[in-house]
Write a protein that binds this ligand. Structure first.
Ligand SMILES: Nc1ncnc2c1ncn2[C@@H]1O[C@H](COP(=O)(O)OP(=O)(O)OP(=O)(O)O)[C@@H](O)[C@H]1O
Length: 767
């Protein structure tokens, strides 16, 4: 409702004014404090000799926090809150008016919350309260009470534009999704701003419970395209960080996304929610950094293109990817690792100047039974330490051994030398020699051990991995009955690695071997990891990440219907979770509402994905938002297709739709279409490489790279029966393309339309 028409407009405007004045005052005072801190830092710097001075570090940290608080206040100045709940705790007279915002605001002088952070326990009611009787979980336990009012505000640049009320009627708070033209629909109706945005004001009940789900169990969200998976996963990260803020110094958080283009697309959300220092990376970059070697990797998109184009290897590539992503492959590596473990210690006794100080069997027994939780390199260091201590501790035994050696020598000279003076001299000299030897051995124990340890196997993760493929036996045993013509596949893998040509699918094994051989730094451990597009992960990857996260604290979000790397990826969440987490309990959520697209687009997307029989996909439910029916345009040839697309782009641009994507199935088509459009359409960009930065506006993009992104309109290039056949991969790619659009989908083709679209005629407008 227009704010001015609302009965509480005056009161609410006055309230907003007061809060904004408070924010401005607070901001000025913090800015002054920041100046003081800067001066203090400069003067401390002049007096200290090193940058690790404790006082300096403390002031710098304070300055960072102040800077962050100022940033938050600046945001709050524009829109300090977005919602309000009137809540009455049971057995209390007073009804609290609780304002909820993106950042909590606290009046320290009065020790009063002015605005409650959306992540605070009580704010749960704003999202989940649908009846009069509500409760939320506070640190001290469950709090119950009555919800009298839920109010939402649209505030822009400090102006109160709209107020939406959800009042208790007959004990029920009206569900925001039911009403047309309400707050959520208004938010969804807008054109895309180009980047994914925060949604704190309109988080829905189920989304809220995912965000607030406890972090001590892995969590999986399977959601249809546009159901808010990425958005929720990032809000969950912000929520967890806020609720663990006491441990911020020791905490590490990471978001893994499919490519750099996508990372760029989501880059604004966390900073906008006031969250910084979360590592946002791709699996490939993260693994390469860990592996810490320059290795030659075949491009990921190359691989998809080889599959699309039925190259010589297109049948082999998915099989190899499947093998290398399987937990069974991890087991093969473990078997090789066990063999290596047996040979890590030099297979000899520790001998010093002819004296056996320690037997090999003894050393090996200790090595094989202690510190098993550590990496091989750490265990070798530990055994070296142990040997030094043991030899020193057993010095009496050594003395005895040396004594025995010299007794024998003395006996010998006593028998040989008859001259008493000479004998005495020799005996004294032998005693001296023995004492010297004893002294020497004590001193030399460290170098004796070091010399011995030099004989242990050199640990090199890359070499070890390549060597696994020098021996077919273990691989054969594991995969022979699962893979047809195993030997040919094996030879292919072996040849590639012999020539040091690695693939993306080798990174998991390399990273796994690296940590098993060389260990894991504490700085590499994470408090929580979010994996987006997790359906394209494989079980080995998930299992690898387990090594890095504390308490299995994961959020996996994905959509099996969009699993275009399904030759390697996850096909069944429960099966994979069961295997990877070895039966441990996990949370599972199914999201079926699509917030992105209009009803007409969602209907078409459903019509397409239901063709994927083997998937048995869940159909998306649209939010009540109508638009034009998608169009299906048959063209005489590609020239006409280009003309039609140009016409479409111009028309939509005039209608103020700025974010438009021409989506082609593969890279070659994308390059061709861009070449044909670039001279006619102004400001058109090519997005082909996942290293690119995301550009809003008009883009030409291959389908597999458009995954996760969204546009006002998707123009789908040449959806005919040759390009999009009835196979699973093509159905998924077409589904991905259609579901990128918020408002409009235009499909073009020459020749015969793709059979995937055969059953959807009433869902499109055809020419
Ligand atoms: N509760 C909500 N309020 C407002 N907008 C929402 C809400 N939930 C999702 N959206 C919007 O829906 C769109 C889709 O969200 P998002 O990209 O996170 O979905 P997704 O499930 O990850 O999609 P995909 O599977 O296609 O990558 C975004 O524009 C997002 O802002």
């Amino acid at each position: 409702m227009d704010a001015k028409k609302h009965p509480s407009f005056k009161k609410e405007t006055q309230h907003l004014k007061e809060i904004r004045e408070w924010v401005v005052k607070e901001k000025y005072s913090l800015e002054d404090y920041e100046e003081v801190l800067k001066e203090e830092i400069t003067s401390i710097r002049k007096t200290v000799s090193h940058l690790h001075d404790e006082r300096l570090l403390a002031k710098q940290l304070l300055s960072q926090y102040t800077e962050r608080d100022i940033k938050n206040l600046k945001r709050a100045e524009e829109a300090p809150y977005f919602g309000r709940i009137d809540f009455q705790e049971y057995n209390r007279d007073e009804i609290e008016e609780i304002y909820i915002g993106k950042h909590g605001l606290h009046d320290k002088d009065k020790d009063l919350p002015i605005v409650v952070d959306w992540r605070a326990p009580v704010a749960d009611i704003y999202y989940s309260g649908h009846s009069k009787d509500v409760e939320y979980r506070a640190p001290m336990g469950e709090i119950k009470g009555t919800l009298h009012l839920k109010r939402r505000y649209e505030i822009e640049k400090g102006e109160l534009n709209a107020i939406y009320d959800e009042k208790t009627s007959e004990g029920i708070i009206e569900d925001s999704l039911k009403g047309k033209g309400d707050f959520l629909i208004e938010a969804l109706d807008k054109n895309t701003s180009g980047r994914l945005k925060e949604i704190v004001a309109t988080i829905q009940d189920q989304q809220n419970s995912i965000i607030r789900s406890d972090m001590l169990r892995p969590l999986v969200v399977q959601g249809v395209a546009g159901s808010g998976k990425t958005t929720i996963a990032l809000h969950r990260m912000a929520y967890l960080i806020y609720n663990n803020r006491k441990n911020i110094e020791n905490a590490n958080y990471m978001v893994m996304a499919p490519n750099k283009l996508f990372l760029d697309y989501i880059a604004d959300i966390l900073p906008d929610l006031g969250v910084e220092n979360v590592i946002q990376t791709t699996f490939e970059d993260w693994a390469l950094d860990l592996i810490d070697r320059k290795i030659n990797i075949q491009d990921k998109t190359d691989k998809l293109n080889q599959i699309f184009f039925n190259s010589n290897n297109s049948a082999i590539i998915p099989i190899i990817a499947k093998i290398k992503g399987a937990l069974l492959f991890k087991r093969v590596i473990d078997t090789h690792m066990k063999k290596l473990e047996l040979n890590l210690i030099p297979p000899k006794d520790i001998v010093w100047e002819g004296l056996v100080l320690l037997k090999y069997q003894q050393i090996q027994e200790v090595f094989m039974t202690s510190n098993l939780h550590l990496s091989y390199s750490q265990r070798l260091a530990k055994i070296a330490e142990y040997l030094k201590i043991k030899l020193k501790r057993d010095i009496n035994e050594l003395e005895e051994k040396i004594g025995e050696l010299y007794s024998a020598k003395m006996k010998d000279i006593k028998n040989r030398i008859l001259d008493e003076v000479q004998l005495k001299k020799n005996i004294i000299s032998l005693y001296d020699e023995r004492d010297l030897k004893l002294k020497r051995i004590i001193k030399e124990i460290p170098s004796i051990v070091e010399e011995y340890m030099k004989g242990s196997v050199k640990l090199d993760h890359v070499e070890f991995y390549i060597n696994i493929f020098n021996e077919e036996k273990e691989m054969k045993r594991a995969f022979e009955d699962k893979v047809e013509d195993f030997h040919t596949i094996y030879e292919h893998m072996h040849r590639g690695l012999k020539e040091k040509r690695f693939e993306i699918d080798d990174l998991t094994a390399l990273a796994y071997i690296k940590i098993k051989l060389l260990g894991l730094e504490n700085s590499n451990r994470y408090t929580h990891i979010v994996v987006d597009e997790a359906q394209d992960f494989d079980e080995f990857r998930m299992s690898l990440l387990r090594e890095f996260v504390i308490n299995d604290s994961f959020t996996f979000v994905g959509d099996l219907s969009q699993g275009i790397y399904d030759f390697r990826g996850i096909n069944n969440w429960s099966r994979s979770m069961e295997r990877v987490f070895e039966g441990k309990a996990y949370h599972f959520h199914l999201l079926t509402t699509s917030y992105r697209s209009t009803i007409e687009i969602v209907n078409l997307a459903n019509g397409v994905i239901k063709e994927c029989k083997e998937l048995n996909p869940v159909m998306a439910q649209p939010v009540f938002r109508h638009g034009l029916k998608p169009s299906l345009l048959k063209c005489k040839n590609q020239g006409e297709m280009i003309k039609e697309i140009v016409k479409g782009i111009e028309e939509l641009r005039q209608n103020n739709m700025k974010s438009l994507a021409v989506i082609c199935k593969d890279l070659t088509e994308t390059l061709k279409v861009y070449g044909l459009l670039k001279d006619t359409i102004e400001d058109i960009n090519l997005l082909t490489d996942d290293n690119m930065t995301f550009t809003n506006g008009t883009v030409v993009i291959p389908s597999y790279l458009s995954k996760g992104l969204e546009f006002d309109c998707a123009f789908l290039w040449n959806v005919n029966n040759e390009v999009y056949t009835m196979n699973t991969m093509d159905i998924k790619l077409l589904y991905v393309g259609i579901t990128r659009a918020l408002h409009r989908v235009n499909i073009y083709y020459e020749g015969n339309v793709s059979p995937i679209l055969n059953g959807v005629h009433e869902l499109v407008i055809s020419n």
